[in-house]
Write a protein that binds this ligand. Structure first.
Ligand code: 13P
Ligand code: SF4
Length: 319
């Protein structure tokens, strides 16, 4: 089994060279995917990096919206996505048609069109009706740069929006979406862990619910949390985000200990893990197949892409 895996990895690396391809992986993917990736990062770093690489093929191991963003930013490159069904519950919680209707309602109510700020975890259609895209790394910085008196709609993540409102003092109108992984961490379990490890800081992603963030010491994107674990002189950390990041944390700091916060057990499903099943759909077998056959290939309707790129490029300039 281990040998088969190593064999597959070698074949992927050979194919990558032969086809002048580059593999990108989000921190939430399986460890073996992170091991064969050329770039591992959070959603902002992956988008930024994509615009700088010289390659014919880009393989995006993450979820669908990440592949879409990459294709919009690199229209002349072949962007492959190992599994087109790797979606995102947060992106699914905001359909472009519903957002358009919401913008119209708010425009009528306010007597002016609000600015629309969308988290990167959205479809290209949503980005096409957005003024500026943000990620969890740059949301505060970008919202701080918006005209103070402009009304703003922020979507789709309600938890991230509330957090950004609290740190910027703004009252953005929030869309009511959420990530099913980040919104299910158990506050009770976290409080117990804090008692058990009183010297260990709690690190949380801003997609977590407000009560989790209220008892956390560090709130940030996956990259910010990883950097904190590297620079801190603490030896133990309590982590409230998707568990894939633990691999990179442990690789960067082998001498430190990372304690994941468990989720609330969902009645009926028995689910008690904090993994994003969409990110886990990226497997070595699928990466190999997609490189070999050069499919599935990401495509974005050119009209939508032409509109969406404005809000993505605005983000890259303002970050
Ligand atoms: P990052 O912006 O931290 O990469 O988060 C993306 C994501 O999907 C979080 O669930
Ligand atoms: Fe989407 Fe949540 Fe998975 Fe991130 S962890 S990709 S927000 S479903």
């Amino acid at each position: 089994m281990k040998e088969e895996k190593e064999q597959l990895k070698s074949e992927i690396i050979a194919l990558k060279r032969e086809k002048n391809a580059v593999i990108f992986a989000h921190y939430y993917t399986r460890p073996e995917i992170q091991e064969i990736a050329d770039f591992i990062g959070d959603s902002l770093a992956l988008a930024q990096q994509a615009t700088h690489v010289h390659a014919d093929i880009l393989v995006m191991c993450g979820v669908h919206f990440m592949g879409e963003t990459m294709k919009i930013l690199c229209p002349d490159k072949k962007v492959l996505v190992p599994d087109m069904n790797a979606g995102c519950s947060l992106a699914d919680s905001c359909k472009a048609e519903d957002l358009k209707q919401f913008i119209e309602e708010q425009t009528r109510r306010l007597g002016q069109r609000p600015m629309v700020v969308s988290y990167v975890n959205t479809t290209a259609e949503v980005k096409a009706v957005t003024d500026v895209v943000v990620t969890s790394s740059n949301a505060k910085k970008i919202v701080d740069q918006l005209p103070k008196d402009a009304p703003v709609i922020f979507g789709p993540d309600h938890n991230l929006g509330s957090y950004i409102n609290s740190v910027t003092g703004r009252e953005m109108i929030l869309w009511n979406g959420a990530c099913h992984v980040h919104s299910r961490f158990s506050l009770e379990a976290l409080l117990q862990l804090k008692q058990q490890y009183p010297d260990s800081p709690v690190l949380a992603h801003p997609e977590c619910k407000a009560p989790i963030l209220a008892v956390s010491d560090v709130i940030g994107s996956t990259k910010a949390l990883l950097e904190y674990t590297v620079s801190s002189d603490k030896k133990q950390f309590i982590i409230a985000t998707e568990s894939g990041i633990l691999f990179e944390m442990q690789r960067a700091c082998p001498e430190k200990e990372f304690i994941p916060v468990p989720p609330e057990v969902t009645e009926g499903t028995g689910c008690s893990c904090n993994e994003c099943e969409y990110m886990r759909m990226n497997t070595l077998e699928k990466v190999y197949e997609c490189l070999l056959n050069e499919c599935p290939e990401m495509t974005v309707n050119p009209e939508i892409a032409a509109k969406a790129i404005t809000s993505i490029e605005r983000m890259l300039k303002m970050s």
